[in-house]
Design a protein. Structure first.
Length: 163
């Protein structure tokens, strides 16, 4: 099955991490790919401790305007590792923020759709801005909707809560 967690609300990565935790608890092999994220987080640290393969390839910088050539290269290198992972090496593969990478043009729509075709695992995509085409192709789509968020009052991301 293909699952998507999207929307402008908090909790997309956390929901995917929770599913990964459930899968590991059931004895499944899990890979957790993070696109465009360089900051360490408590959830990723814990998943690593539990045997989840965590793969990150990012310089830690925010994309402002157009992505750099180095950022494009990093995402493409990671994408090629994803191709191998979804081919049956794992029972569950999480592609955290891949939808954002697609939105920035770091991946082409055809590349993401190819993963749907070759995938031999449960596939989870996260990120704001899922397109209608992705939503139509997925088996499960959850939209996280922001009603209110303390970031709007200037509260910075907090360790153990947002990362």
């Amino acid at each position: 099955m293909i699952q998507i967690y999207t929307g402008d609300g908090k909790g997309k990565t956390t929901a995917a991490a929770g599913l990964a935790l459930r899968a590991v608890g059931a004895g499944k092999k899990v890979a957790f790919f993070q696109f465009m994220k360089g900051r360490e987080s408590g959830e990723v640290a814990m998943l690593s401790r539990l045997g989840v393969v965590v793969d990150r390839e990012w310089d830690g910088a925010f994309v402002v305007g157009e992505p750099t050539e180095d950022q494009r290269r990093m995402v493409q290198l990671q994408y090629h590792r994803v191709i191998k992972a979804v081919g049956g090496l794992y029972d569950l593969v999480v592609l955290d923020e891949i939808i954002v990478a697609l939105g920035f043009g770091l991946l082409r729509k055809e590349q993401v759709l190819r993963l749907f075709e070759i995938g031999r695992c449960e596939l989870v995509l996260t990120g704001r801005g899922a397109t209608k085409e992705l939503i139509d192709r997925a088996d499960l789509v959850t939209e996280m909707k922001k009603i209110k968020h303390y970031f709007d009052k200037g509260v910075a991301a907090r360790e153990g809560i947002e990362f």
